[in-house]
Design a protein around this ligand. Structure first.
Ligand SMILES: *Cc1c(COP(=O)(O)O)cnc(C)c1O
Length: 381
């Protein structure tokens, strides 16, 4: 008999999603827009609990794309983005015909390195093009260096598009992620901390900006009884069915955060006596990570040559999914022609880092199997 697969991060339903989805069926709101969309936006706004406005969309990628449009990015503009990220942080820059400039990470939060960021800004200005937007990411749920990055953005007067796709439920000094950028982005893809099966949201500071986002997300219809258009639009709105799933998920969001954080504690404990392995953890108590994924770095010079591939393959042999950290975007064939500023921190993270099973739905027996494999790999250390 084949043993069940343990996934890195899989959907975890609360049981009450169906109630909201059923209500959508009962009222024939099987469409984009509808009461669940309004309800989900309200739930998210209440959860984030800051003076912001939330627009539910078809994906986090759509939210990044609309964020760039709202911040005025168009053909031949320069957009700065951290290189250590998901390609969805970068693709929309190209959709707009703009040029990405990649910025390295720092070692504390694995997000935007302030030194490389400022170098990238100055280099762009020297070439006659001040960057139009900075895309800052809270990777694996860890907030970036909020104050330092904001100070640099303000110094050069460049807006921040905050990619909080992995960081719903994370906070910095008590303020929720998604609210630090000029515009914020959330994702509810199947592997995220909560899911709508597929979906995302844009977070804005004004109602007018939210309404502009919804305008673009619903085919840019002008006010007229017929279909009248004076701008290019998109079909990016969330459906009322997906939003129903989201409402059920909101009931368990804090529970999911607590369970993911418990998975992080589990790995901290498991690796505490293993030399050469560090579990990625918050630099201090200002940073509250949802630990969407628990991640480790392995230094093979301290582990008798055991590296992240040794561990990944051992886990795979026991049907346990793990994955290297993001491969830097400036090394991806599709993006490698674009400029990069940094000191190879992202390269080292990719070389030595591994994401471990982190789902809020893992069981004691899953944890036992994971621990058994990890202990067997590091048995001699
Ligand atoms: C998942 C993710 C996205 C994209 O969100 P989708 O909803 O999958 O389109 C963007 N940025 C980061 C960092 C992500 O992890």
């Amino acid at each position: 008999m084949k043993i069940d697969k343990i996934w890195l991060s899989s959907p975890h339903l609360s049981g009450s999603e169906q109630k909201y989805v059923q209500a959508a069926f009962d009222s024939n709101w099987v469409a984009p827009l509808g009461p669940n969309v309004d309800g989900f936006e309200l739930d998210l706004g209440n959860y984030i609990n800051e003076p912001i406005f939330v627009g539910a969309l078809s994906s986090g990628s759509a939210a990044i794309h609309l964020g760039l449009i709202l911040l005025g990015v168009s053909k031949e503009d320069v957009v700065l983005v951290q290189t250590h990220t998901h390609n969805a942080s970068v693709n929309p820059i190209l959709y707009q015909g703009a040029t990405p400039v990649f910025v390295d990470s720092e070692e504390q939060t694995w997000n935007l390195c302030p030194i490389a960021l400022e170098q990238a800004i100055q280099a762009s200005i020297q070439k006659g093009k001040k960057p139009k937007v900075i895309i800052a990411v809270h990777l694996y749920g860890m907030p970036y260096q909020i104050e330092v990055v904001r100070a640099i953005a303000d110094k050069y007067q460049i807006p921040i598009l905050e990619d909080s796709a992995e960081a719903l439920g994370s906070s910095y000094k008590g303020q929720k992620c998604g609210t630090f950028g000029d515009i914020g982005v959330l994702s509810f893809n199947g592997n995220k901390i909560i899911t709508t099966s597929g979906g995302g949201a844009i977070v804005t500071k004004t109602l007018a900006l939210k309404e502009k986002a919804i305008f673009y997300a619903t085919q840019a219809r002008d006010a007229a009884p017929h279909y009248q258009h004076s701008e290019i639009g998109y079909n990016y709105r969330m459906s009322n069915i997906c939003a129903g799933i989201g409402r059920g998920q909101m009931e368990v969001l804090d529970q999911h955060v607590a369970l993911r954080r418990a998975m992080h504690d589990f790995y901290v404990d498991l690796f505490k006596d293993v030399p050469g392995v560090t579990v990625f953890s918050a630099p201090n108590t200002d940073y509250f990570s949802n630990y969407w994924l628990s991640t480790i770095l392995i230094d093979p010079s301290k582990t008798n040559g055991i590296n992240r591939e040794t561990l990944r393959l051992a886990l795979e042999a026991m049907n346990i999914e793990s994955r290297p950290l993001w491969k830097p975007m400036h090394l991806q064939p599709v993006f490698e022609m674009h400029p990069y500023h940094g000191n190879k921190v992202a390269e080292k993270l990719f070389e030595n880092g591994l994401c471990l099973p982190s789902g809020s739905n893992l069981t004691d027996s899953d944890r036992e199997r994971i621990a058994m494999v990890i202990k067997s790999v590091f048995v001699d250390l």
